[in-house]
Design a protein around this ligand. Structure first.
Ligand SMILES: Nc1ncnc2c1ncn2[C@@H]1O[C@H](COP(=O)(O)OP(=O)(O)O)[C@@H](O)[C@H]1O
Ligand SMILES: N[C@@H](CC(=O)OP(=O)(O)O)C(=O)O
Length: 456
């Protein structure tokens, strides 16, 4: 049995949904289908989820919601009409959106989640209706009815593994299940979404809980490339990789898969296959527990912007027991998680994602560094990017960091920070944001383009 997830680009239009139906009907083992909200049809297009966020913001600000509501309904109308679904379907979408807009709003974040989830929820109903119309026995399944429990802050929930036993019953359904991605319900029955791109997580949870033989994740590219295809021209396609490699790459900028979707698949040993809805015959990328490594120690290179460095300096820091713990404690008090902590004798940097910082938080952190830790200097610099080399077998290869550093130097990029994790599955180079693209291309060329590659 296979669980298939179709991303926003795969369900962005009537034509795309027809391809999805073709993929489902071509393989009877595709029993559970997770869908995202309609995504972009072309680069400048708007995702339905982004439209819904604007709609929810307008409602929260007591602004006119009419035009934004019409935009969402218009998008669903276009798809439904293209699939030959009657006007009744659109009335249902409209009523559903109105009910969400008129729901009680005790908490702005929960209201936002309720609105965001409308994209996936209505799309799953639409896809189920279309499959039924063309003769595939299919049923829409609500995450509430199925028992998908998601707890945590609004917009950033995590599934409760206790719900797996209940979800496992989905495998007994004889019809094709169409399940909306991206959200579930708390134990108290409140809707909670995962982070952005979280339909991947729904698919992984259903694959793990039902013991699927494969989790197929359909997108708009032939698989996972060794570098972002929007930056590197025609990058190599990765045939097979491990969960750990994919998690590292996804966490560090490979947006093709949500990094949190690897854990359920890993713990339940479900192989993941990234495939192309527009080219389903291509084998795609297979993600498994172990892979044989031949000659390529670096399997992929990720790059991501949006990092800041908190730098602190204090003479004789090395003699002060608990300094690092107290510095990280200040960040913990601000609910900030950190990425890396390169240290010197008398100084320490903490690399933080910008999304955790606000001007108020920065002010409090720096003040406490001076007042409580009595540092000589403390400042926060933003606009950093991380270039991350990933590969399970990098640890057996000598000179990789040197080769990457030479490539960066050759491209005129200054290295701001280096971190080689203890697992040695990744090496991280911090660079200035403005150097990110040229740095990525230079390191990619070093390891993947034969004219540049050397062997050690
Ligand atoms: N290393 C990579 N390999 C493949 N795709 C990548 C990579 N890095 C970024 N991407 C981007 O991820 C996109 C697919 O993810 P996404 O847009 O979220 O698709 P979906 O709509 O299927 O969820 C690709 O079109 C590509 O632009
Ligand atoms: N629609 C949600 C969830 C998702 O996974 O979408 P996509 O498959 O288009 O990345 C989002 O935009 O975040």
């Amino acid at each position: 049995m296979k669980v298939c997830k179709f991303g926003g680009t795969s369900v962005a239009s009537a034509e795309q949904i027809m391809k999805v139906a073709g993929i489902i009907s071509s393989d009877r083992t595709r029993r559970i289908v997770v869908v995202s909200a309609p995504g972009k049809r072309y680069p400048e297009d708007r995702k339905v989820t982004d439209m819904l966020i604007r709609l929810a913001d307008a409602a929260l600000d007591n602004k006119d919601t009419g035009p934004l509501l019409a935009e969402v309904v218009g998008r669903f109308r276009l798809i439904a009409e293209g699939l030959g679904l009657g006007g009744d379907f659109i009335s249902t979408v409209e009523e559903d959106l109105m009910a969400r807009l008129n729901a009680d709003r005790p908490h702005a974040g929960r209201f936002m989640d309720l609105m965001k989830a409308a994209g996936e929820d209505n799309n799953a109903r639409l896809v189920a209706a279309y499959l039924t119309q063309i003769g595939i026995e299919a049923v829409y399944m609500s995450p509430m009815e199925a028992g998908l429990i998601v707890e945590g802050p609004a917009g950033d929930g995590m599934a409760d593994p206790e719900c797996y036993a209940r979800l496992s019953k989905l495998k007994d359904e004889s019809r094709v299940i169409v399940f909306p991605g991206f959200f579930g319900y708390t134990k108290d029955g409140v809707l909670c979404t995962f982070g952005r791109g979280g339909s991947d997580i729904t698919g992984a949870i259903l694959a793990a809980s039902t013991g699927a033989d494969m989790y197929e994740n359909f997108t708009d590219v032939d698989g996972v490339f060794a570098a972002n295809p929007n930056v590197v021209n025609n990058p190599a396609l990765i045939g097979k990789m491990t969960y750990r490699e994919m998690r590292e790459l996804a966490y560090n900028g490979f947006t093709v898969l949500h990094d949190e979707s690897l854990m359920p698949a890993f713990t339940h040993s479900v192989p993941v296959n990234i495939k192309n809805t527009n080219n389903p015959a291509a084998p795609g990328t297979l993600i498994v527990k172990e892979r044989e490594c031949k000659t390529q120690p670096v399997i992929g290179i990720a790059a991501d912007s949006g990092f800041s460095t908190l730098y602190v300096d204090k003479y004789l820091m090395n003699r002060e027991m608990g300094f690092g713990r107290r510095l990280l404690g200040i960040l913990e008090d601000e609910q900030i998680s950190f990425e890396h902590t390169p240290t010197g004798i008398d100084n320490m940097s903490v690399i933080i994602r910008n999304k955790f910082l606000t001007p108020e938080k920065e002010e409090r952190i720096l003040r406490r560094c001076f007042e409580e830790l009595k540092v000589d200097d403390a400042h926060i610099n933003s606009d950093y990017s991380m270039i991350v080399l990933v590969g399970e077998t990098m640890r057996y290869s000598k000179g990789l960091a040197a080769r990457a550093a030479m490539a960066l130097a050759g491209s005129g990029t200054n290295i701001e920070m280096i971190n080689q994790g203890s697992s040695e599955v990744s090496i991280v180079f911090g660079v200035k944001k403005e150097d990110e693209k040229k740095a990525l291309r230079a390191v990619y060329n070093e390891f993947f383009v034969p004219a540049h590659a050397h062997t050690f």
